[in-house]
Design a protein around this ligand. Structure first.
Ligand SMILES: *Cc1c(COP(=O)(O)O)cnc(C)c1O
Length: 371
């Protein structure tokens, strides 16, 4: 039989995919380097930790590399038991994924039918929106209010649209703002009874512990996601987890990629959890850096939005100005981001760098602004 490739036609794409625009949630800094031909010197645009990983994690990961010819434990047993111990919850209330980003997709897939409504803030975390589109659900948004997620408006929109899910990042990305447990409890009371709250707590370790929402995994209307990418500095290892009532975890277990979390990442995560001294050190170092950014913003006549994360959004007053500053900083080898959606696009979102990186950033920003 003769193959005739020129006559063959491509099988049709699924209709959902055919209609999706070709967008990615974030262009990676590596692609920005390739496009521009410029090398990034200071990488403070993706909220990756500039404080590295725990020495204990480093050691555990180096050891685990020698066993990388094995698949990771698909049950992530040791990591889940460590998390269960720390959070004083049960192992079957935890699922591990290759970062929150993967888990967001699984949660959307587990709960939403095509056409179902989902509510989030306009300009909120774009990777969530990407998964919503990718599974055929429909995103409804409400604007931020003073750079805070507007909880009343989010709840009202959920009621109005009969939403099945509300996504809330708390502390928030890209603004850095935070709602206390009291505010969240009031918010949850206002949500429709069949509406799930997906509470993304990627930055929870940076928030004041006394004000964070306690874990109540009996409540089947809330899922919380957490990560080793931010405070623990393991973004490249791709590992995070979700906490929820056990039926929800069982449902996610039906659809997850069971060998998707490698053993180096698992070993690093376990060791990170044991290094409480390192955690304290990073939280403290980041708080100092945030203060510096606030003072810098003030000195230049800008407003730093109060942040409970490892980055600060600096409102420079106008979107063209923000874009021009970002561009000029990139020319100097400094990578920061500017959120895409108005009015957040008036802000420079800058990850807290090391003291040395902050010094260089501050000097560059002052130069750029004075030009
Ligand atoms: C960084 C970030 C994530 C991504 O977490 P991974 O575990 O690295 O996938 C998710 N949500 C928010 C709000 C983030 O800022």
């Amino acid at each position: 039989m003769q193959k005739n490739l020129t006559n063959s036609t491509r099988p049709p794409f699924a209709s959902l995919v055919r209609e999706l625009p070709s967008v990615v949630p974030f262009v990676p800094p590596e692609a920005l380097e390739r496009q521009s031909g410029k090398k990034i010197q200071i990488r403070i645009g993706a909220n990756e930790s500039t404080f590295g990983i725990s020495p204990l994690a480093q050691k555990a990961m180096a050891e685990a590399v020698t066993e990388i010819h094995w698949y990771g434990d698909s049950e992530c047993y040791d990591l889940r038991s460590e998390l269960a111990r720390i959070h004083q919850i049960r192992m079957d209330e935890i699922v591990i994924g290759s970062g929150i980003d993967e888990l967001l997709g699984l949660i959307v897939r587990a709960f939403l039918e095509p056409g179902d409504r989902v509510v989030s803030s306009l300009g909120g975390y774009p990777t969530f929106n990407y998964h919503v589109a990718g599974f055929g659900a429909k995103l409804e948004t409400v604007p931020y209010q003073n750079f805070m997620n507007d909880l009343d408006a989010l709840a009202a929109k959920a009621v109005e649209t009969g939403a099945r899910m509300v996504y809330l990042a708390n502390p928030d990305n890209p603004t850095g703002t935070f709602h206390s447990a009291r505010a969240l409890e009031k918010f949850m009371d206002k949500l429709p009874k069949d509406c799930l709250l997906l509470l993304d707590e990627a930055y929870i370790e940076f928030a004041p512990a006394a004000e964070t929402l306690p874990l109540d995994l009996e409540n089947p209307r809330i899922i919380r996601t957490r990560t080793f990418s931010k405070v623990y500095g393991m973004a490249g290892a791709r590992i995070g987890y979700a906490l929820a009532e056990q039926e929800i975890i069982r449902a996610i277990d039906k659809i997850r990629n069971h060998f998707g979390v490698n053993r180096v990442a698992q070993a690093g995560a376990i060791a990170s959890l044991q290094d409480t001294e390192f955690l304290r050190h990073v939280v403290q170092a980041v708080a100092e850096g945030r203060k510096e950014y606030e003072q810098l913003a003030k000195k230049l006549g800008f407003t730093a939005i109060p942040s409970h994360t490892n980055f600060v959004a600096i409102d420079v007053g106008c979107d063209q100005k923000a874009a021009a500053i970002r561009e000029a900083l990139f020319e100097k080898g400094i990578f920061i981001r500017v959120p895409q959606v108005a009015p957040l696009n008036r802000c420079l979102r800058v990850t807290v760098g090391t003291p040395e990186e902050r010094r260089i950033f501050a000097q560059a920003l002052e130069e750029v602004v004075s030009e």
